[in-house]
Design a protein around this ligand. Structure first.
Ligand code: HEC
Length: 118
């Protein structure tokens, strides 16, 4: 009896995961973020938390190439990336008040991603 219960619970969990992943709606993509163990995923999740609420179109940039094509970043050249230079941390005004500047950890994730691009 206990096993049957477990199977039902597991099925429910996998079922939810499947629904979540298979949806193409932007809202769900933002909610889930990307796999944070890749440089792109770690950076995407920072931008999701700190920028997408205003820059919602950026949520569609789920690949390195999409970000490069947007011209917001220059591959391997973080210092010359518009994204970087828009930040309060570097003299820009993003994100606007009342939002705080990115943390060192958040900035590092973005920098590691951009400078490590192929
Ligand atoms: C509260 C809303 C808000 C948040 C959050 C926000 N922005 Fe912005 N951003 C704006 C607005 C409004 C503009 C256009 C006006 C301007 O340039 O100040 C803008 C413009 C920009 C631009 C230049 C125009 C463009 O789209 O190319 C960049 C780059 C930018 N933001 C980067 C960021 C980054 C990076 C973050 C997250 C760290 C961020 N913004 C978070 C509101 C926001």
């Amino acid at each position: 009896m206990r096993n049957i219960f477990l199977v039902i619970v597991l099925f429910g969990l996998f079922g939810c995961g499947q629904d979540f992943n298979s949806s193409s709606s932007d809202q769900v993509q933002y909610g889930a973020g990307l796999d944070a163990s890749t440089p792109l995923g770690a950076a995407y999740n920072v931008l999701k938390d700190r920028c997408f609420q205003c820059h919602s179109a950026w949520g569609n940039y789920t690949t390195n190439q999409a970000w490069i094509d947007s011209r917001l970043i220059v591959a391997r050249d973080w210092n010359n990336s518009i994204l970087r230079n828009s930040l309060k941390n570097f003299g820009g005004d993003m994100p606007p008040s009342p939002h705080s500047a990115l943390s060192t950890d958040e900035v590092n994730k973005l920098q590691v991603w951009v400078n490590g691009l192929p």
